[in-house]
Ligand binder design. Structure first.
Ligand code: AMP
Ligand code: ZN
Length: 137
């Protein structure tokens, strides 16, 4: 399989590495939304959060906390986004699971987000009912 993030995570392609352990490599994003934007990459290939084993999901979020804390201190950020996209419809462009670590600064103009809609009664009832049914399976 020809996966760029597999090659980077396992050191076959060099990347600016902030952190590495047995399971993950954290690299700087080559198209940063703001200064310091980095990516947590598991060394094993999983396309998305659905494929990621629970044990690694726990470790990934623990590492996200560690990195966010260190980067906030090191870069003196004003805020911090942790973003994780799954599927093309959600903006995923590289189909190897990754978490975005995005330092934020007042007026940085990074400008990502969503247009808030409004929660309708019908949507609320439908979503509550459907998700509860799947969780109960
Ligand atoms: P996503 O849209 O969540 O799949 O994010 C993919 C991210 O990977 C984007 O922010 C890209 O800028 C970044 N990216 C893609 N290729 C590379 C690469 N070779 N080195 C570093 N970052 C990359
Ligand atoms: Zn991969």
């Amino acid at each position: 399989m020809d996966c760029i993030f597999c090659k980077i995570a396992n050191g076959e392609i060099p990347a600016a590495t902030l952190y590495e352990d047995d399971d993950f490599r954290v690299i700087m994003d080559m198209g940063p939304a703001a200064k310091g934007h980095s990516l947590i990459l598991p060394k094993q290939h999983y396309a998305n959060i659905y494929e990621l084993p629970e044990e690694l999901a726990v470790k990934a979020f623990s590492l996200a906390k560690k990195m966010a804390t260190a980067m906030t201190k090191a870069l003196n950020t004003d805020g911090f986004n942790i973003v994780q996209n799954n599927g093309a419809a959600a903006g995923q462009t590289v189909f190897h699971f990754h978490m975005h670590l995005i330092p934020r600064y007042e007026n940085d103009g990074a400008g990502f987000g969503w247009n808030p809609g409004s929660l309708t009664d019908a949507d609320r009832e439908e979503v509550l009912k459907k998700v509860a049914a799947v969780l109960a399976e």
